[in-house]
Design a binder for this molecule. Structure first.
Ligand code: ADP
Length: 585
């Protein structure tokens, strides 16, 4: 895919990623806020449960206390006349008023109400039999009973708390019953936005703070439950329609999110439940979840922001990595290029050196052949002449011819002598410590005779000792060459002055030979160090002295140079100073 086409795709992918991340974050935030709200609702639920239980607790002991009343017990022992009933009614009405319970009633051993606090009302319990009610059967069997039911006579629902009344022998003779109604409670609970329900063990709601919820079953009732409810007439004629609910999410055993289908519409509720013991009831709190939209928006924005930051950070790092890699690559390419070029250069240089060597060899061979051929030809001719002279018995002339032959041989010996000095290689380890001043002394000694003969005035200004590392014999050879050349140059000069100096120059010794000779012609300056270059007449010079000297000084790490002076010439070279030591001469 072309680069230009990829860019919008990448942008689209990044944006899609941001949307997905934001959506996930919103869901997560919603979940968190639901869980928080569920926890809060659970706390509130405990408070509501507390109120209800306190209310019930307040009356729990009342029937037990009244069951001990001698008057009530006496009434239950014998047949009850109208007078007794009236007295009981009045007493119960009075106590009910004082205790602020809903109704008080006294049942005989068969469940017949022989006295009730509501005796004045049309819904009076007096004369009705409640032997079928579970609270009576429970009391008869266990001594206590409790039961929530809709009043069969009054039609008003309430909580019946009963206690057995016993005679002195401890036999069951009747039951004292307190009925509690909760209209006030329902009213108080109705003030809040939350929906509060109390269901019994069968799941039937009997207290609700909003209309339409009471007498609904939270789950469908079994046939057995329905038969039981029919026989106890607990909720009398109420239809007990089941509530349709669909759990959406469960947070824990007592907390979930449910979709409830009610006549007034379908609503999602955060549903908290709390069992109420010992009644066996369950208290429910239903709340419409209201996650704060700004919280969700903030979560979505934060997640999208983080996502984009990470993406851009990733892109930035990727870009940096790519740049570094490109730099690394170009550096490597450059290095390879430099290496290749260096290799080429070295090869070229090697080739050059090789060809220079070959050229030098050729030049040298040609020159040597020429230099040696000449005296050889001459010698052959002289030998032929010698033979002729001897044939003719001219012994004196033969002697003269021998002298010439001798001269030729001397010349050839000089030639090979030079070459031998040049070819002689001192082992590198044999670079002894040499005092340059001593070398000068030796050379001067060898040439002493000639200097005297030619009346040359010598000036020696030598720093002593002047230690260098080198080969004394070869250095002496250099000096002799330079001095001979100087003497040769001064041969025709009226003023003959030779100056030899050794001066310190930094960490070098500088040796110079100055003469007052003819000087070097400008045109020759560049050639005097070439092998076989000479300006001297044939037979006098070989043109090897300076070339050999140059090579020797060069090998010792110096450079032999020449320059013209106002009168004469100067030859000089520098060598590195060697450490001090005792003078050898
Ligand atoms: P040769 O002495 O056999 O000629 P060299 O290599 O020693 O060979 O010298 C080469 C040439 O350099 C000499 O022929 C001469 O022309 C010139 N030369 C050397 N030394 C001096 C000097 N001191 N003054 C003038 N010319 C010199």
């Amino acid at each position: 895919m072309p680069r230009a086409a990829r860019l919008p795709l990448y942008v689209l992918l990044i944006l899609a990623g941001a949307v997905i991340v934001a959506t996930l974050a919103m869901h997560q935030a919603q979940r968190h806020s639901l869980e928080d709200e569920a926890a809060r609702a659970q706390d509130q639920l405990s408070l509501y449960a507390n109120t209800l239980q306190t209310l019930i607790e307040r009356y729990r002991a009342l029937p037990a206390v009244l069951a001990l009343d001698p008057e009530l017990r006496a009434a239950l022992r014998g047949p009850v006349g109208a007078e007794t009933t009236q007295a009981l009614n009045l007493k119960l009405e009075q106590i009910n008023g004082a205790a602020q319970s809903s109704t008080l009633e006294l049942l005989d051993r068969d469940g017949l109400a022989i006295g009730a606090s509501n005796w004045k009302l049309p819904s009076s319990y007096v004369g009705h039999n409640y032997g079928f009610r579970p609270y009576f059967t429970q009391t008869k069997a266990t001594g206590v009973g409790r039961f929530y039911a809709v009043g069969v006579t009054s039609g008003i629902p309430g909580y019946f708390l009963a206690n057995a009344v016993r005679d002195d022998a401890g036999l069951f003779i009747g039951a004292m019953v307190v009925k509690l109604e909760f209209p006030d409670l329902e009213h108080t609970w109705a003030q809040g936005d939350d929906l509060l329900l109390v269901s019994d063990a069968k799941g039937v709601v009997f207290i609700a703070n909003q209309p339409g919820w009471r007498y609904r079953s939270l789950h469908p009732l079994s046939d057995q439950d329905r038969t039981e409810l029919g026989s106890t007439r607990q909720y009398d004629k109420q239809p007990l329609t089941p509530l349709t609910q669909e759990p959406l999410r469960t947070f824990n055993d007592s907390s979930h999110l449910s979709r409830v289908v009610a006549p007034e519409g379908t609503t999602d509720y955060l549903w908290q439940s709390l069992p109420l013991q010992p009644e066996g009831w369950t208290l429910h709190l239903l709340r419409k979840p209201q996650p704060a939209p700004e919280d969700l928006r903030n979560a979505a924005l934060a997640a999208a922001g983080t996502w984009l930051t990470l993406v851009f950070l990733g892109l930035f790092l990727y870009q940096r990595w790519r740049l570094a890699r490109m730099r690394q690559r170009s550096r490597e390419e450059l290095e390879q290029l430099v290496e290749a070029r260096t290799r080429d250069l070295r090869t070229a240089q090697d080739g050059l050196v090789q060809s220079t060597k070959l050229a030098a060899l050729g030049q040298m061979s040609a020159a040597l052949a020429h230099e040696i051929n000449q005296p050889l030809t001459a010698q052959r001719m002289q030998l032929a002449t010698l033979r002729l002279l001897l044939d003719h018995g001219r012994v004196d002339d033969a002697y003269k011819a021998l002298t010439l032959l001798d001269q030729q041989l001397t010349r050839m010996a000089a030639l090979t002598g030079h070459l031998k000095t040049f070819a002689r290689k001192s082992p590198s380890g044999l670079r002894e410590r040499v005092d340059l001043a001593c070398v000068v002394d030796q050379a001067m000694l060898l040439l002493d005779a000639r200097i005297r003969e030619e009346r040359v005035s010598c000036v020696l200004d030598l720093t002593r000792p002047a230690w260098v590392r080198g080969d004394a014999i070869r250095l002496e050879q250099v000096l002799i060459n330079l001095l001979r050349n100087a003497l040769d140059a001064m041969r025709e000069q009226p003023l003959k002055r030779l100056e030899i100096r050794i001066d310190a120059e930094g960490d070098h010794w500088r040796l110079s030979v100055v003469d007052s000779g003819s000087g070097i012609a400008e045109a020759h300056l560049a050639n005097i160090f070439d092998p076989f270059f000479t300006t001297k007449p044939v037979g006098d010079g070989l043109g090897l002295g300076l070339a050999v000297s140059y090579a020797i000084v060069h090998e010792l790490g110096g450079r032999l140079s020449a320059e013209n002076l106002a009168n004469g010439a100067r030859f000089f070279f520098c060598l590195t100073q060697a450490p001090e030591a005792e003078p050898l001469c």
